[in-house]
Design a protein around this ligand. Structure first.
Ligand code: ZN
Ligand code: ZN
Length: 238
């Protein structure tokens, strides 16, 4: 669960093997994304397992406003009282005032089908703009270059217009959100879900230049070996 010092990995099969991360820095906890379940219980269980209280979570930071990452948000906001942070473009989707941008071309199955069939139900949700999360207001909007807790904010549009990645320089750890996926295979995100390919490639280039040692992504397990070289292969492919 703690796959690198101070970084706990939380995951569930629903929502496309979605992952969230709880990081310990000094006294406070920072939660990155909130998993698919609307109860937040998996996250609360991990906090308890660490011998901590829900109110030790100082902030919840969100990579973007897709259903798989927002499920537990409202419940966890209530349980923790933490400040909720996201990019301004995503904020009114998170608060339930606007739907996530649909992408009708997402109805075309991703290839190879034998790899991606397991997430086709999420593609349909994206294409039709269905898949609601319990809404929750955003307390503070984030922009490129901001600092939130120990993390530097990187605006990395492409997957969605307000997609954020987070960089923890002391640990050389990159939280890439959905800009990179490691499930069902290591890839530059899930192609059918990326709203703007040109922006997405520019964001990948930026992430590659960080020379990260640890990579934590929104779908699939974190990587701790050959990270910088592997991320660079995603840019070269483009
Ligand atoms: Zn997404
Ligand atoms: Zn996702």
């Amino acid at each position: 669960m703690e796959f690198a010092p101070g970084i706990h990995d939380l995951s569930q099969a629903m929502g496309g093997h979605v992952h969230a991360y709880l990081i310990v820095d000094g006294d406070g906890l920072t939660l990155i994304d909130t998993l698919y379940d609307t109860t937040g219980q998996r996250v609360l269980d991990v906090i308890q397992g660490m011998g901590r209280q829900p109110t030790d979570v100082q902030r919840i930071v969100l990579t973007h406003a897709h259903r798989s990452h927002l499920g537990g948000l409202a419940a966890l906001k209530k349980a923790t009282g933490a400040t909720v942070h996201a990019h301004s473009w995503e904020a009114d989707i998170i608060s339930g005032e606007r739907k996530a941008q649909p992408r009708i071309s997402a109805l075309i199955p991703m290839r190879p089908v034998r790899t991606y069939w397991r997430i086709y139900y999420l593609q349909v949700g994206m294409a039709l703009g269905v898949g609601k999360h319990p809404p929750c207001p955003v307390d503070r909007t984030l922009a490129d270059g901001d600092q939130v807790g120990p993390l530097q904010v990187l605006h990395t549009p492409g997957h969605s217009p307000g997609h954020l990645a987070f960089w923890w320089p002391e640990r050389r750890t990159l939280f890439a959100g959905d800009a990179i996926a490691t499930w069902p295979e290591f890839a530059p995100g899930w192609p059918a879900f990326n709203l703007n390919e040109r922006q997405h490639r520019a964001s990948l280039q930026r992430l590659a230049e960080l020379d990260a040692e640890v990579l934590a992504v929104g779908h699939g397990r974190p990587l701790t070996e050959d990270v910088a070289a592997r991320v660079r292969t995603l840019v070269d492919e483009g």
